[in-house]
Design a protein around this ligand. Structure first.
Ligand SMILES: [Mn+2]
Length: 194
């Protein structure tokens, strides 16, 4: 088992500014927990919500994705709220469970190019019951999770080298080539291998 993953975030104005996007990747037993959060708005208030979410996620990585989102919703009540995507991967079998609330993307490239559907809502404010689905990743698949600060249409044919190289390279390509001008941006890349 050798997985390659990377997380990057960038505030929309200046490098030094606080970011309302955040993410975490935690490896445990034979599993990988990946979560991405985009707090509403930007600047200090959003960064504080993102930090609050991160603190929760760092303690909850063993839970199933839908449960994580339900609990994160409770945890963020009283704040402006956030959207989030959560994945849990069994690194041995390639079984990937995912759940998402709000405008945040989970995509797979490789054996099959597809975008996974998240449900509308704002964690901390109002959400439907999170739906959790499970798919299978195959060796060579690339999982891309990104906030809406990244252009939604990732077309590898317009950027032939976009998904080339290791996870860190891909993450850097996505942040450089697809970042929008007017929002915080974040991205998690996982290259699945067995
Ligand atoms: Mn955003």
């Amino acid at each position: 088992m050798k997985n390659d993953y990377h997380f990057a975030k960038q505030p929309f104005c200046h490098e030094s500014e606080e970011c309302g996007d955040t993410g975490v990747i935690i490896e445990y037993d034979e599993h990988l927990f990946l979560a991405l959060v985009d707090a509403l708005g930007h600047g200090t208030i959003a960064a504080n919500i993102a930090q609050k979410a991160l603190t929760y996620l760092e303690q909850s990585y063993r839970e199933r994705p839908a449960v994580v989102l339900e609990n994160l919703h409770e945890h963020l009540k009283g704040t402006r709220g956030s959207v989030a995507a959560v994945c849990s991967l069994n690194c041995i079998t390639g079984s990937l469970s995912y759940s998402g609330i709000g405008n945040i993307s989970i995509k797979r490239f490789g054996s099959n190019a597809e975008s996974f559907v998240t449900r509308d809502g704002i964690l901390g404010y109002m959400i439907p019951s999170p739906v959790e689905k499970t798919i299978k990743l195959y060796a060579g698949d690339i999982l891309v999770m990104h906030s809406d600060g990244i252009k939604d249409h990732i077309d590898p044919t317009s950027f032939p080298n976009l998904l080339m190289g290791n996870a860190k390279n891909i993450c850097s390509n996505v942040m450089t080539l697809l970042k929008k001008e007017n929002d915080d941006a974040s991205c998690i890349i996982l290259r699945y291998d067995i």
